[in-house]
Design a protein around this ligand. Structure first.
Ligand SMILES: [Zn+2]
Ligand SMILES: [Zn+2]
Length: 296
């Protein structure tokens, strides 16, 4: 393969392998089913730079079943299962711009959401499924007409996580106050992770008091994300995780190119800078925290 001229970034070219971490860590949130290449290739590439464990996150029924199957087949992979906050309203109302690659969907009403939740419940009982998520609230992509279905789905996922003793994985986009409110009303599970943490330092204090894990993604490296770095700086060391959310949120300087678990070291190094610790110290904490957060 030919390399690009310096300074030129090809949107479809995978960023180069970073220098390996000396202390292995986990990617606490990834979507292998939305990335190119095989699972085996992704795991080998990640392991070659010290990313030895992955949490594969389901967003719809097909993706959740796939996550459970993939985790059953690979020791390095743990699964979480859920209907994404933008998926739940689509099941109820239908939506031509569906999350799922299945595309346009017929509205199924409340009964269809109940059926889908029953399947998530069944999958959540499996031993290789360590968490329920990503669930939560997304006021960015879901408009007012979908709010009710989204919140009903979120509450149901919290109940499922608690009943099975699994970790709750939260997706919170432009919905901080409502997510915290629902968690308080329902009672959060023992282990709750804010994936792609997007709050400020003040919210990090709230999460810290509640014992919620905060998982930082590649956007913590973005120039305009000082609020995330401020939050990371005050988060208790035992509650911090790292993730890719790949194929999304590729860290700088590769922003806009395809993301994958092997790029975790780039984000870990940026996070170590923010916290003023060396990379091995941070990696040791991240590895222990992820194992504790997902109970593996
Ligand atoms: Zn998300
Ligand atoms: Zn995600």
């Amino acid at each position: 393969m030919s390399s690009n001229a310096p300074g030129r970034s090809d949107k479809h070219t995978a960023p180069p392998l970073p220098e390996p971490l000396r202390v292995p860590v986990a990617d606490s949130h990834t979507h292998l089913d939305m990335q190119s290449g095989t699972v085996e290739e992704a795991l080998a590439k990640a392991a070659s730079v010290g990313v030895t464990t992955l949490v594969q996150v389901g967003c719809d029924l097909a993706g959740s079943r796939w996550a459970a199957e993939t985790a059953a087949a690979h020791d390095a992979v743990h699964a979480t299962v859920a209907l994404h906050p933008n998926e739940a309203p689509r099941i109820v109302h239908g939506d031509p711009d569906g999350w799922s690659r299945q595309g346009a969907r017929q509205p199924g009403g409340d009964a269809a959401l109940d059926d889908a939740l029953a399947e998530i419940d069944r999958l959540a009982a499996l031993p290789q499924v360590r968490g329920v998520g990503e669930t939560g609230l997304d006021h960015f992509r879901t408009g007012p007409e979908g709010k009710e279905a989204q919140e009903r789905s979120f509450r149901a996922h919290i109940e499922i996580a608690k009943r099975h003793g699994k970790t709750l994985v939260i997706h919170d986009r432009d919905a901080h106050a409502d997510v915290l409110r629902v968690l308080k009303e329902e009672g959060a599970p023992e282990r709750t992770v804010f994936h792609c943490y997007s709050g400020d330092a003040e919210m990090a204090e709230v999460c810290a008091r509640a014992g919620y894990y905060m998982s930082f993604a590649g956007n913590v490296t973005f120039k305009n994300a000082q609020n995330l770095r401020d939050a990371l700086a005050v988060a208790p060391p035992e509650l911090v995780l790292v993730e890719t959310d790949a194929p999304f949120l590729t860290p700088a300087p590769y922003r806009g190119r395809p993301n994958a678990p092997y790029l975790v070291p780039v984000t870990v190094r940026a996070m170590a800078d923010v916290r003023g610790v060396d990379e091995d110290t941070l990696a040791t904490a991240l590895a222990a925290n992820t194992a504790r957060a997902f109970g593996y």
